[in-house]
Design a protein around this ligand. Structure first.
Ligand code: NAP
Length: 299
């Protein structure tokens, strides 16, 4: 068996076509959707990520407002900027690029964002909402994985879903979203004993550990759907995921490669959340028709 490829680039491209139509509809209703991005310091990787987000906005017709603060900017300065953006009607989404310099309290900064503009989905309200299935904005990477899974046509309900990685931004929210869809979910992390014993039962295997070559074919069940979230730069500068792609594709039924799988979807879902924020402000629903996430706008 050779797995079918889950094509994140193609899905992102088709979603962005629909996004442009939604932007046009919003403009016709008098709303120009806008995303504010805050970068503190000059971490080169963060600069690249911010650049990609600004580019994605331009690609879809979303306005972007880029705020760069010095690495030694005081926490109070960041909080004051967030308060200004919370009150700015031209801004529908606020994203603070992580990581922040160590002298800044990340939680205090994230909690300062208006939950109705928390398009990264990291505010405690949105994180807590995942437990009961009514976050306003699902976090972008697991949200992208969820849509990639939908392209396979699989019904997640009742499947064994194994998530390798338990971070706050990928693994844990991913597990909650799969549980919401009635999968039987196992979450593995660095202290999990005998990882293979868990991965081998997975009908759906999501890997987000940041360890190249972590998942080899012997750990994968025949016919499993495998989504590799990992992004690792090797010494030769190539980018690989956490899964031995060439080996595992001979056992899986579907596989999302790196690059070309989840990466492009993460930024795309950020735009989705931003458009959704603008649409919610107008009192409209949102485009993808995401079942399970109730549109609750906090006054
Ligand atoms: P993270 O915060 O470093 O978390 C990694 C998780 O993997 C932790 O829960 C860790 O366990 C677990 N882990 C580490 N080694 C393991 C092992 N040998 N076996 C099982 N679990 C192990 O990383 P992250 O932010 O979640 O990101 C994970 C990967 O996804 C990275 O490669 C990152 O670059 C990539 N990523 C990609 C996208 C995208 O858009 N494609 C977005 C975000 C992240 P402990 O909790 O026990 O430490």
């Amino acid at each position: 068996m050779t797995a079918q490829i889950i094509d994140g680039k193609a899905l992102a491209k088709s979603l962005r076509v629909k996004f442009r139509e939604r932007v046009e509809a919003l403009r016709t209703a008098g709303v120009q959707p806008g995303l504010a991005v805050i970068l503190v310091g000059d971490n080169p990787a963060s600069k690249v990520y911010v650049g990609n987000k600004v580019k994605a906005c331009a690609d879809c017709g979303v306005a972007s407002f880029h705020h760069s603060l010095a690495a030694d900017a005081a926490e109070a300065e960041v909080l004051a900027l967030i308060r200004r953006l919370n009150a700015d009607a031209a801004v529908h989404g606020i994203l603070v690029q992580l990581p922040l310099p160590p002298h800044i309290d990340v939680r205090r900064v994230i909690e300062a964002i208006d939950v109705n503009k928390d398009v990264d989905g990291f505010h405690l309200y949105n994180v807590g909402g995942l437990v009961v299935g009514n976050s306003i904005f699902p976090p972008c990477t697991p949200y992208g994985v969820e849509l990639l899974l939908e392209t396979t046509g699989i019904d997640v309900a009742g499947k064994n879903a194994v998530v390798v990685g338990a971070s706050n931004i990928v693994g844990k929210p991913m597990a909650l979203m799969l549980l919401q869809k009635e999968a039987t979910v196992t979450v593995c992390h660095a202290k999990t004993r005998d990882l293979a014993q868990h991965t081998i039962i997975a009908d759906i295997l999501i890997v987000a550990a940041g360890k190249p070559g972590l998942i080899v074919p012997q750990m994968v069940r025949h016919g499993a759907i495998v989504i590799d979230v990992g992004i690792n730069r090797l010494p030769d500068n190539s980018i690989v995921g956490d899964v031995d792609f060439e080996g595992v594709k001979m056992k899986a039924s579907w596989i999302a490669p790196v690059p070309g799988g989840v990466g492009r979807m993460t930024v795309t879902m950020l735009i989705e959340n931003t458009l959704r924020s603008a649409e919610l402000r107008l009192g409209k629903g949102h485009g993808i028709g995401h079942e399970g996430w109730d549109a609750a706008v906090i006054p």
